[in-house]
Write a protein that binds this ligand. Sequence first.
Ligand code: C2E
Ligand code: MG
Ligand code: MG
Ligand code: MG
Length: 280
Amino acid sequence: HAKLFGGNNYQFYHPDMKIISCNPSALEADLKQALERQELEVYYHPQIELSTGKIIGSEALVRWHHPQEGSISPATFVPIAEANGSIVQIGEWVLRKACLETKALQERGFADLQVSVNISGYQFNQPDLAQNIQNILIETGFNPQSLELELTESIVIHNLKTATVIFQDLKALGIQVAIDDFGTGYSSLGYLQQLPFDKLKIDRSFVQNIHQHEKTATIAKSIIQMAHNLNLKVVCEGIETLEQEKFILENKCDFMQGYILSGPLAIQDWENFLLERRDK
Ligand code: C2E
Ligand code: MG
Ligand code: MG
Ligand code: MG
């Protein structure tokens, strides 16, 4: 226990004490140092192919272990990192780490393993995005065909011209591209015919309520059908219950990610998960 202030003001530190008040500008300052202080970690959320039950790979999800606040969700700190530009460095770090760790697993017997990495709007607007990605692929020796990038609809809609050029570069490298959180952004569908996406990830909100709301189920079914008619593979995110799993199986969704299978895993747990499933 430490006495921090003079007089009668005492503040006690306890290892699992968390400061409740999250001050964004304090967080912002901390975030700038988080990389150097090695407070960031990449977790892997398993993705399964529904027709075969095969694990095809994972989505890389960044985690921040703040020394005082504890674990801070990317939903909180990614927007802060976007506002101050540090998302570029963080994004490159996540990509490099995901490539290196996935490559190590490929070399340990999981040769076909893929990894999918989220790209934020700010990163997408960097003119050297494709070049930076290529540099990281060369530096890590990672096979571009094992890499997928996730972009949300709003990112590409706001930059349709730029997107067209970036997609050409990414496709030339052999990288796959997925639309993330489909259905939650803008209702324009025009970009689907303009950009060569490979996959569509249906947002969790559509599968969460399929059993309470008939209309939600109808929308989810229609999205899957539309995607297939456009030759896109479909990933359903956020599958938690058997009912939801049954629904997406019946409606021929291609892949799923969800707590019913596993939550996002730290690298060692991810490897153990793969080993256990292989031994079955
Ligand atoms: P996202 O890309 O849509 O990722 C899916 C989120 O849904 C993840 O949350 C994942 O843990 C969660 N999820 C998946 N299945 C289930 C389920 O069955 N139940 C529940 N309750 N949750 C499920 P997470 O890791 O908190 O990430 C939130 C968002 O933060 C991501 O949404 C993504 O937009 C962003 N993010 C995460 N990592 C990165 C990154 O490295 N770079 C960028 N730019 N954004 C990131
Ligand atoms: Mg994602
Ligand atoms: Mg998503
Ligand atoms: Mg999201």
